[in-house]
Design a protein around this ligand. Structure first.
Ligand code: NDP
Length: 283
């Protein structure tokens, strides 16, 4: 039976550490500040934004939230980004994805000051991740690495398989595993016979968005399985990509959904915001 790696517990531990560091920074007169921009009425995005705001309050950050109508023009959002780039109170800027149709997420991200890009989506920060010399780690992949470390699993020399190649999860995940000397394979929708790859994985990260994609017969006995996927099943319950009941008896370590990668992603966002505040002092 796999040992379950709790993201909820690890996130609470890291947030307590971040709070202590924040208290210290506040004594020096700096309060880390995060601006969260929500455009439109996407219900899932509203929940994420609320959770991010709650995390800011828990740690003691200053935060600003902008709820903008879906009808807003891109120019108006860019004007807001410019204002936030100049604001001394704001160290991190987050544009909640997905944006309503007609708004170019990439163009808006390109306008964020890279020093305030706490999601690490700006091409400058993506490039830094590529060369292994980064200020900000991408939040979800960084959370995955923390979970792997928490389990006491070393990446070095391991066969690592990442399923999914998005710019926000799959690709940067592969880079972080490579940085820790894993041998990394990235699979995607055009990969034939996915199980041929996953069965060789000592460490498997699934970031697809398809419930039940990864089943027990696709897992190497004892493997570390991290489930990034977030899906609603037929009953409306939140589930990952991993078929928990068939994978749990085979894997060595397994992250649950909910309570795995999700709380870690927000925690890594908080870590990046604190780092951005510290870096602003140096600059
Ligand atoms: P995207 O839709 O951008 O990417 C999905 C990836 O999965 C693509 O690369 C796609 O391949 C690949 N894929 C699709 N079908 C298959 C298949 N049958 N076999 C193998 N690969 C497949 O999603 P994201 O990366 O943004 O997110 C992935 C999942 O992670 C979602 O469920 C999302 O909700 C969740 N998520 C969770 C977070 C958390 O904090 N827990 C944070 C971010 C995301 P191709 O490129 O060929 O299309």
């Amino acid at each position: 039976m796999a040992e379950i790696i709790s993201g909820t517990a690890l996130a609470a531990k890291i947030r307590a550490e971040l709070k202590l560091e924040t208290d210290e920074l506040k004594k020096a007169g700096i309060t880390p500040g995060l601006a969260v921009v929500l455009v439109g009425e996407d219900p899932a995005s509203k929940v994420y934004v609320r959770n991010k705001t709650k995390a800011c309050e828990e740690i003691g950050f200053y935060h600003e939230q902008y709820n903008l109508p879906a009808t807003i023009s891109e120019e108006e959002i860019l004007d807001l980004v410019d204002t936030l780039n100049r604001s001394a109170k704001i160290h991190g800027i987050l544009i909640q994805a997905p944006l309503p149709k007609g708004l170019d997420f990439k163009n808006i991200i390109d306008h964020i000051d890279p020093n305030k890009d706490v999601d690490a989506f700006h091409p400058y920060n993506v490039g830094k991740i590529m060369i292994g010399d980064f200020e900000f780690l991408p939040c979800t992949p960084a959370g995955v690495m923390e979970l792997i470390h928490e389990a006491g699993v070393s990446v070095e020399g391991k066969n690592c398989v990442v399923v999914g190649r998005s710019n926000i999860v799959g690709k940067p995940q592969a880079m972080l595993l490579l940085k820790e000397n894993g041998t990394v394979t990235v699979c995607h929708s055009k990969t034939p016979n996915l199980a041929d790859f996953t069965r060789n994985a000592d460490i498997l990260v699934s970031a697809v968005g398809r419930a039940g994609l990864i089943t027990g017969d696709m897992i190497k006995p004892g493997a570390t399985v991290v489930d990034v996927g977030m899906n609603r099943n037929e009953e409306g319950k939140l589930v990952g990509d991993v078929d928990f009941s068939s994978v749990e008896p085979v894997a060595g370590y397994l992250t649950p959904v909910p309570g795995g990668v999700g709380p870690m992603t927000i925690t890594m966002l908080m870590k990046n915001t604190l780092k951005a505040a510290k870096l602003s002092v140096k600059k």
